[in-house]
Write a protein that binds this ligand. Structure first.
Ligand SMILES: Nc1ncnc2c1ncn2[C@@H]1O[C@H](COP(=O)(O)OP(=O)(O)OP(=O)(O)O)[C@@H](O)[C@H]1O
Ligand SMILES: [Mg+2]
Length: 388
C-alpha cells in the first residue's frame, strides 16, 4: 500500500482512511466525500489523496471549480475530461460524441443533459479500461449546475476501476450521488496548529499566544494563520491578541488594508474565471502590493488568489453599483466568447440594446448545452427587456 503523505500534520486518521479507500475493490464504497468548514484543510487532504492515487498508478481526472465559474455550463466537466477525451472519443457512440463536443464547445451541436451523463460514464469506462481512474473534484459546492448533473448521473453508475474523491463545504445544495463514504474534518490539535504556524510563518508564537490563537480559531488552520499574520509586528507579539469575531472578518480586514488600486485589482481577479495580467490590466506595482500582502499570486501571466476564501470575501464585499460597473467594463476586455455576455448578465440594472443582443447570442450558444442554468436565465431576462 502506498501511504498518503505530505497531507500536512494532524490528519493521520483521515489519511489512513483515504489509503483504505484508494485500495478498496469495486465492491467497496467508491465515492469518498471530504467535508468541513472553510479553511479547515479539505484541499490539503484532497491534494494528498490525489498525489497518493497518482503514485499508485491511477489516472487522475481533476477539477477545482472557482466560485466565479458557477454560471459557466460544463466548465468543470471540461476540466475533468479534457486530458483524456481525444483518446477515448472514438470509443463513444456517435450521439454521445456529438453531445460532448457541444458541451465542451467544440461544435455547434446540442448537448442533452441525459446524453451528457451517459457520455461521461462512457468516457470513464473507456479510460478505466486502460488504467484505474480517480475522479477528483475539490470545492464541489462551486460546480456549475450542468457539470453537477453529469457527475451525479455518473457517480451512481461508476464503471469498474473508477473511484470518486470529492471535497466540499457543507453549505449549498448537496450532490445526489447515492452511497458515499464521508470524512468530516474537525479541528486540528494544538500540536498540529503549532506545526502549521511554524512551517508557514517561519516561527510559532509563544505557548500562551498559541493557546489563545487555537481557541479563537477553533482549531481551524487557515483562521489560525490569518490571526498569526496580524501579530507579525514585534510590538504586537506581547500585546493583546485581537479577537476577530470570524474568519470572514479577519480576511476582510486584510483586504481593507490594501490600497484602493490593489483592492480594485483583487475585485477584478475575483470576478474573472481565468484572470490574466493582461485582462486585469493594472500596473505591476499594484499587483506586487497585493502579492506582498499575501492576497494574490502571479504565475507567468495568470493571477490567482492565495486562497479561494479571499476571492469570496472580495467579491461579496463589493456593492451592487461597483459590480455593475465592473462587469460592464469586463465585458469589453475578456476574450472568451461566453464571457462578455456573462459579465453583462451579471449587471444589476436592465441592459441596453447591445446587452440584450449579447445575451441572446449567449443564450443561443448556451442552448446547445442543456441544461444552461445561468445563461438560460439571462435569455429570459433578455427577451423581457427587448419586448418592453
Ligand atoms: N493538516 C494540515 N497541515 C498543515 N497545514 C494545513 C493543514 N490543513 C490545512 N492547512 C493549511 O491551512 C490553510 C487552509 O487549508 P485548505 O485550503 O486545505 O482548507 P479548505 O478546507 O480547503 O478551505 P476552503 O473551504 O476555503 O477551500 C492552507 O494554508 C493549508 O496549507
Ligand atoms: Mg479548499
Amino acid at each position: 500500500m502506498v501511504a498518503v503523505e505530505d497531507a500536512g500534520v494532524g490528519r493521520d486518521d483521515e489519511r489512513a482512511r483515504i489509503d483504505v479507500f484508494l485500495t478498496g475493490g469495486d465492491d467497496e464504497p467508491r465515492t469518498l466525500l471530504l467535508e468541513g468548514e472553510p479553511g479547515i484543510g479539505k484541499t490539503t487532504l484532497w491534494q494528498a489523496g490525489v498525489e497518493s492515487a497518482q503514485r499508485q498508478g491511477r489516472r487522475v481526472l481533476r477539477a477545482q471549480p472557482a466560485e466565479s465559474e458557477r454560471s459557466l455550463s460544463y466548465a468543470a466537466l471540461d476540466d475533468l475530461i479534457r486530458a483524456v477525451y481525444d483518446d477515448v472519443r472514438d470509443d463513444l457512440p456517435a450521439p454521445q460524441q456529438d453531445a460532448l463536443d457541444a458541451a465542451l464547445l467544440r461544435s455547434a451541436g446540442t448537448a442533452n443533459a441525459r446524453t451528457i451523463g451517459s457520455a461521461l460514464v462512457s468516457v470513464l469506462a473507456a479510460t478505466g479500461r486502460e488504467q484505474p481512474v480517480l475522479v477528483a473534484v475539490d470545492d464541489a459546492q462551486w460546480l456549475d449546475l450542468a457539470s453537477a448533473h453529469a457527475l451525479e448521473f455518473a457517480a451512481r453508475r461508476l464503471p469498474a476501476g473508477v473511484q470518486l474523491l470529492l471535497a466540499r463545504r457543507p453549505e449549498g445544495p448537496k450532490l445526489d450521488i447515492g452511497t458515499v463514504e464521508r470524512i468530516e474534518l474537525g479541528p486540528l490539535s494544538l500540536a498540529a496548529l503549532h506545526h502549521v504556524l511554524r512551517s508557514s510563518l517561519g516561527a510559532a508564537p509563544a505557548r500562551p499566544t498559541l493557546l489563545r490563537i487555537a481557541a479563537t480559531a477553533g482549531g481551524n488552520p487557515f483562521f489560525a494563520l490569518e490571526i498569526a499574520r496580524t501579530l507579525d509586528r514585534p510590538d504586537e507579539l506581547g500585546g493583546p491578541l485581537p479577537v476577530p469575531s470570524s474568519l470572514q472578518e479577519l480576511v476582510a480586514d486584510r483586504i481593507d488594508s490594501l490600497s484602493p488600486a490593489a483592492r480594485d485589482a483583487a475585485l477584478v481577479v475575483a470576478a474573472l474565471s481565468r484572470p490574466t495580467v493582461q485582462t486585469v490590466g493594472v500596473p505591476p506595482e499594484v499587483l506586487a502590493e497585493a502579492e506582498a500582502a499575501g492576497v494574490l499570486v502571479v504565475e507567468l501571466d495568470r493571477i490567482r488568489f492565495t486562497h479561494p476564501l479571499l476571492a469570496s470575501v472580495v467579491y461579496r464585499a463589493a456593492g451592487g453599483t461597483q459590480r455593475l460597473e465592473l462587469h460592464r467594463r469586463l465585458a469589453d476586455v475578456v476574450d472568451d466568447p461566453d464571457q462578455p455576455a456573462r459579465h453583462l448578465s451579471l449587471c444589476t440594472t436592465p441592459p441596453d440594446e447591445t446587452t440584450a443582443a449579447e445575451l441572446e447570442a449567449a443564450a443561443a450558444s448556451a442552448a446547445r448545452r442543456d441544461p444552461p442554468p445561468s445563461i438560460s436565465g439571462s435569455a429570459t431576462f433578455s427577451t423581457e427587456v427587448s419586448s418592453e
